[in-house]
Design a protein around this ligand. Structure first.
Ligand code: AMP
Length: 546
C-alpha cells in the first residue's frame, strides 16, 4: 500500500517560489563588480529569475542544455542559478581561477551552449573562446550596456549584454514541475591530478542537501539571519547556501569580487551579517585585518570553515572576537557537505581547552550521509580516533559517476564512494582528516598526518603558511619535510619553528627539516598543490639521511 500523501517533486524552483511567497520582503544584497551595493527583495528576485527564463528560451536553450556561468557571488548569478535549473536546463558553474586550457576543456566537455560571465573575466573569456567548440553560441556579459567589455569572439559566437536581454523579455514564465531526478547543475572538480571531472547534481540531491545543511546542528539558518557566503557560487554551489538561505527566508549578502579582510569587514558590519562561510585562507585574511585595524564584528555570530583543515589558532582568535567558528568537510562529489562539527551531549561541561581538541576535527556525519574507514585491504577499521584509513561515503547527495561516465561507475560493489581522503573516526563519530591518500607520509611503515603537522606549524607567530610533504629517506623510506612561507616582515628562525612541535606530537612525527619559500603553489580551489612541491623537494633529505 502506498502512503496517501501529496506527491510533489523536489524542485529547485520550489525554493524560489517559497522565498517569493513566504519571505517576499527578505533581501538579496550584492556588492557589484563595479563596487556599488545592489539590493532587492526575494519577490523582485523571483520576478527577474522568471524573466531570465524567457531570455534563455529566446536564446534557444532547450531542456537539459548546459549553460555556463563564470561569475562572483551576486544577484545576477543567483538569477541564473534559479532560471537555468528552473527551466530544466543545467547550470554549469565554471571556476575562473582555472587555467585557460582547463576552462576551454570543461566548456567543451560539457558542450555548453551559452557562457554567462562577469565583466572581470573578459580577458579569460577572450583567451579561452577561440578554444571553445562550436556548441557555444554566445557569451553574455552580466552587466548593462555601459559596462560591456570590448572583446573579439570567434566568428559565429555572439557577444550579448545581460541587461539588454532582460529589458526585452517578459516575466510571464510559470515554474514547471518535472522528475526530481532530472539533472540541475554541473560542477567540475579542480583536477589537481589529471583533467577536471564533472559532478552532475539533480533537483532532488540539491534539495536534500540544502535541507540537511540548514539544520540546527549544521549551519542552522533562520529567517532573522543575514548570511554572507564568501565560498564561491562558481565552485561547490557555495556549500548550498544559495538554496538554504532562501528556504529559511534569511537575507543573503553577496560579496562579489571583494574578498579581502577590509572589504569583508565593511560589508559584514554595514549589512549586519550574522553568519558567514569560507575557506581558512579567507578567515586568516579577515583576522589579519581585524588585528591591524582594531575593527570588530559586532553582529557576527558564527563562521563556517571548510575546504581545507582549519588550524586551532583560527578558532582561538575568533573566540577572542566573540565569533564562534564551526568546521565542515565535504567535496564537490558530495554536493559538497558531508560532516559538520557541533557538540554532542557528551561534550557538555568540557573545558574550553578540551573542547578545542574536538572542535578542530572535521565533524560528524549529517543525517543522510554514512561513512566508514578501511585499511589497504578494504577491511573496515574501528572508530577509535587513532587508526587512519581510506574514507568511503554513501548518501543521496553523493555522486555515483562522473559526467559522461556510466552510472554507478564511481562506486564500489557495495555502493560506497572512495573520497581519496585518509581519516580517523572517534567513538562519537567525529571525523579527523589526516591527509589526501596521495599525500600520505609513510615513515618506517607508519602513517604521519601532514594536516596535523601543518596546523601546528601555522600556529608559530612567524609562519604565514605551511606545507608538509613526504620526502624520500634512505632509512625510513619517507620522512616529513616542512615548507614554510614567512609572514610579511618576519624571518624564520629554524630552531624556533621546529621547537613548536615538541610535546604536541610524538617525537618521530617531527619534520626532519624545514625549507623557507616565498610562496606555495595553490590549485584553482585554493588548495596547496603538494604534487608540485613533492616534485621539487622529494630528494631534499637524501643527502642528509643517516
Ligand atoms: P573540493 O572538491 O575542491 O571541495 O575538495 C574536496 C577535498 O578538500 C576533500 O576531499 C578534502 O581533501 C578537502 N577538504 C574539504 N574540507 C576539508 C576540511 N574541513 N578539512 C580538511 N580537508 C578538507
Amino acid at each position: 500500500m502506498l502512503g496517501l500523501m501529496q506527491d510533489q517533486e523536489l524542485m529547485i524552483s520550489a525554493i524560489i517560489k517559497h522565498a517569493a511567497r513566504h519571505h517576499p520582503t527578505a533581501e538579496l544584497v550584492s556588492k557589484t563588480t563595479e563596487g556599488d551595493v545592489h539590493r532587492y527583495t526575494y519577490a523582485e528576485f523571483e520576478r527577474r529569475a522568471r524573466r531570465m527564463v524567457r531570455v534563455l528560451q529566446r536564446l534557444g536553450v532547450n531542456v537539459q542544455d548546459r549553460v555556463a556561468t563564470m561569475a562572483w557571488n551576486g544577484y545576477r548569478h543567483m538569477e541564473l542559478y534559479y532560471a537555468i535549473s528552473g527551466m530544466q536546463a543545467i547550470t554549469h558553474t565554471i571556476n575562473p581561477r582555472l587555467a585557460v586550457d582547463d576552462v576551454a576543456y570543461i566548456v567543451n566537455h560539457a558542450e555548453d551552449v551559452l557562457v554567462f560571465s562577469d565583466t572581470t573575466f573578459a580577458p579569460l573569456i577572450a583567451a579561452a573562446a577561440p578554444k571553445f567548440r562550436a556548441t557555444v553560441r554566445a557569451v553574455v556579459f552580466m552587466c548593462d550596456r555601459a559596462h560591456m567589455p570590448d572583446i573579439a569572439l570567434p566568428e559565429g559566437m555572439e557577444l550579448l549584454c545581460y541587461e539588454e536581454l532582460m529589458d526585452a523579455a517578459d516575466e510571464d514564465y510559470v515554474w514547471q514541475d518535472f522528475d526530481e531526478r532530472t539533472a540541475a547543475t554541473l560542477c567540475y572538480t579542480s583536477g589537481t591530478t589529471g583533467r577536471p571531472k564533472g559532478v552532475l547534481y539533480s533537483h532532488r540531491s540539491t534539495l536534500l542537501h540544502a535541507f540537511s545543511v540548514g539544520q540546527a546542528d549544521v549551519i542552522g539558518l533562520r529567517a532573522v539571519d543575514r548570511v554572507l557566503p564568501v565560498v564561491p557560487m562558481f565552485h561547490v554551489n557555495a556549500w548550498g547556501i544559495p538554496y538554504g538561505a532562501l528556504m529559511a527566508g534569511a537575507t543573503l549578502v553577496m560579496p562579489g569580487r571583494f574578498l579581502d579582510g577590509a572589504s569583508l569587514t565593511k560589508l559584514m558590519n554595514d549589512e549586519k551579517v550574522t553568519m558567514s562561510a569560507g575557506v581558512p585562507t579567507v578567515w586568516l585574511g579577515l583576522l589579519q585585518h581585524l588585528e591591524k585595524s582594531g575593527d570588530r564584528l559586532p553582529t557576527m555570530e558564527r563562521l563556517m570553515v571548510g575546504g581545507s583543515a582549519c588550524p586551532r589558532m583560527i578558532y582561538e582568535a575568533f573566540d577572542g572576537y566573540g565569533v564562534r567558528v564551526f568546521q565542515g568537510w565535504g567535496m564537490t562529489e558530495m554536493s559538497p557537505v558531508g560532516t559538520y562539527n557541533t557538540a554532542k551531549a557528551a561534550h557538555i561541561g568540557m573545558s574550553a581547552q578540551d573542547e578545542y581538541t574536538i572542535r578542530v576535527k572535521q565533524g560528524r556525519a549529517l543525517f543522510g550521509i554514512d561513512m566508514k574507514i578501511v585499511g589497504d585491504d578494504g577491511a573496515e577499521l574501528p572508530w577509535d580516533g587513532k587508526q587512519s584509513g581510506h574514507l568511503l561515503v554513501k548518501g543521496p547527495w553523493v555522486t555515483n559517476a562522473y559526467y559522461g561516465d556510466a552510472p554507478g561507475s564511481a562506486l564500489d560493489q557495495d555502493g560506497w564512494f572512495a573520497t581519496g581522503d585518509v581519516a580517523a573516526l572517534d567513538p562519537e563519530g567525529y571525523l579527523e582528516i589526516t591527509d589526501r591518500s596521495k599525500d600520505v607520509i609513510k615513515s618506517g611503515g607508519e602513517w604521519i598526518s601532514s594536516i596535523q603537522l601543518e596546523n601546528i606549524a601555522v600556529g608559530h607567530p612567524d609562519v604565514a603558511e605551511a606545507a608538509i610533504i613526504a620526502a624520500n629517506h634512505a632509512k625510513w623510506a619517507e620522512r616529513p619535510l616542512l615548507i614554510v612561507v614567512p609572514k610579511a616582515g618576519h624571518t624564520i628562525d629554524k630552531a624556533s619553528v621546529m621547537a613548536i612541535f615538541d610535546g604536541q606530537v610524538a617525537s618521530w612525527w617531527k619534520p626532519d627539516d624545514l625549507v623557507v619559500v616565498d610562496e606555495l603553489p595553490h590549485s584553482a580551489t585554493g588548495k596547496i598543490q603538494k604534487l608540485a612541491l613533492r616534485n621539487k623537494f622529494r630528494d631534499y633529505l637524501l643527502t642528509k639521511s643517516d
